[in-house]
Design a protein around this ligand. Structure first.
Ligand code: SAM
Length: 473
């Protein structure tokens, strides 16, 4: 039990140092009762401000010099608001010494704030407003069809409103209504807080609960059935299972990940989803030899590397004190890793199309990584994908608007970034694409939708070219 408190305190510290999201820190701790640990961490975070006030006014840390604030918060939480410190070894004895004073400080705080219940002490944390995203449900076409799933939900008394015509329509869903997404045909959209974790279709792998933004990478890589694909950072495997569905289980997915525990989860997920066309490898992708004959037919690669996760809407992370300010040093090191990974991916001799994605909001991990790759790899350029997607890459280099960005406010998804690279065709340019140099943009028509987005990119590029030229003159 003392270990429970120590582990919870360690997680609070690591979350505050931005060493990971609360959920994954709990999951990755070696503590056996994950549920109990998660509940304790969450509740301590909720009461964090109140606990700090009580601990300070009771002079607890001054009197118990060995006690750190994070551990004090966990212990005092359980003592005053939780189960009452049933165990805790030496720390239980210590807290009991201060019992009367801690209880008195809690009572004093309630009088000061004119409340009678502990719950009423909780004030909304600044910036920690709950962001409600629609519930996205990806139909696993390896096991069922969109039509069958729609019928199933209709039988569960849900009202099907057809295919959405805009993102705004997704935001207006309420009660038991649902829609087909306006961009992805295999994505059904329900009102926020709809929970399908206990639903038969989820438990049997017929549906996958996956955010819309995170469904974009496989959709945009779009490998033809029968081909060979690499998923370079694959665990826990939602995008791999999506790729398998697109391949219809015909072909091969070489899926790599460094993390054994995440790979074990991935095996379970893929089994449930009926994926059979994969080969899992617990391997550092940077050590995979591009010229290895096993990968000689790989033409499509998905790279979704570790990132800061700053785009993930998670109220718990907002509750950890300084989550908003991102440590520059950490970002630089993540960006350096992402650049190495992307460079490695682009060195596969036969690769034709590469999708790079992150769930980060930071330019350093997104546009900057893409720009670096374009500058180092003249054989590749960006594809101007999904022209109807309104939120584009930050305009930091020529063609950056070919990339997609996603956010709760504009696309009703988690924060996300996607770029699609394509190998230039020998002796010819592709129409809807950009490489590192503005000059390689051309507007020849390939029959791809010509929407205002493409025109906007083109204009911004022309402006930049003009600016560059006048500088030279
Ligand atoms: N694509 C996954 C999905 O959709 O479920 C999520 C991938 S997660 C953002 C990044 C993953 O990259 C982590 O599981 C991490 O273990 C893995 N990773 C980090 N460095 C790696 C490396 N050098 N080689 C292979 N995998 C790596």
């Amino acid at each position: 039990m003392a270990q429970l408190y120590q582990t919870a305190a360690g997680i609070l510290e690591r979350a505050q140092r931005q060493q990971g999201a609360v959920k994954s820190l709990v999951y990755n701790s070696k503590y056996t009762n994950v549920k109990q640990l998660y509940a304790l961490v969450c509740e301590t975070l909720r009461y964090s401000g109140v606990l700090q006030e009580i601990i300070s006014s009771a002079n607890l840390l001054k009197e118990e010099r060995k006690l750190k604030m994070s551990l004090a918060k966990v212990l005092v939480y359980d003592f005053l608001f939780g189960k009452g410190l049933k165990c805790g070894g030496g720390w239980k004895v210590t807290l009991q010494k201060h019992r009367a004073r801690l209880q008195a400080e809690l009572a004093r705080l309630k009088i000061k704030r004119k409340v009678s219940r502990n719950e009423d002490l909780l004030t909304p944390v600044e910036g920690a407003t709950e962001v409600l995203l629609p519930r996205y449900v990806r139909v696993n076409t390896l096991k069922t069809s969109t039509e069958d799933v729609i019928d199933y939900f209709k039988r569960q008394n849900y009202t099907y409103l057809g295919r959405a015509s805009s993102v705004q329509e997704l935001g207006r869903l309420s009660g038991k209504q649902f829609l087909t997404d306006c961009h992805l045909r295999e994505l059904l959209v329900f009102p926020p807080r709809t929970d399908f974790h206990q639903d038969f279709l989820y438990k049997s792998g017929h549906i996958i609960l996956q955010d819309k933004a995170s469904s974009l990478p496989a959709f945009l890589l779009d490998p033809p059935s029968g081909c060979h694909v690499i998923d370079a950072c694959a665990a826990p495997g939602n995008k791999t299972s999506h790729l398998a569905a697109i391949l219809n289980n015909v072909g091969k997915i070489f899926a790599f990940d460094l993390d054994t525990k995440r790979l074990a989860t991935m095996s379970t997920l893929l089994l449930r989803a009926g994926v059979t066309c994969h080969e899992l490898a617990n391997q550092d992708f940077l050590q995979v030899e591009p010229s290895d004959p096993r990968y000689s037919n790989v033409r499509h690669i998905l790279l979704d590397p570790s990132c800061s996760g700053s785009g993930i809407v998670d109220r718990l992370n907002q509750l950890t004190d300084d989550m908003k300010s991102s440590c520059e040093e950490r970002l630089q090191s993540l960006a350096a890793f992402q650049k190495r990974m992307l460079g490695h991916v682009l060195s596969f001799p036969k690769v034709q199309r590469v999708v790079y994605s992150t769930c980060s909001l930071h330019q350093q991990e997104n546009e900057d990584v893409v720009q670096d790759a374009l500058e180092r790899n003249a054989a590749f350029r960006l594809m101007n994908v999904l022209p109807s997607w309104t939120q584009r890459g930050l305009d930091t280099f020529c063609g950056a608007r070919c990339c997609l960005r996603a956010s709760p406010a504009e696309t009703l998804t988690n924060g996300f970034f996607v770029a699609v690279f394509e190998r230039k065709r020998e002796g010819g340019e592709c129409s809807e694409t950009f490489s590192s140099s503005c000059n390689s943009f051309d507007a020849e028509d390939t029959g791809v939708e010509r929407e205002p987005v493409l025109a906007a990119v083109s204009t911004s590029c022309k402006k930049k070219r003009k600016k560059k030229k006048s500088k030279l003159e």
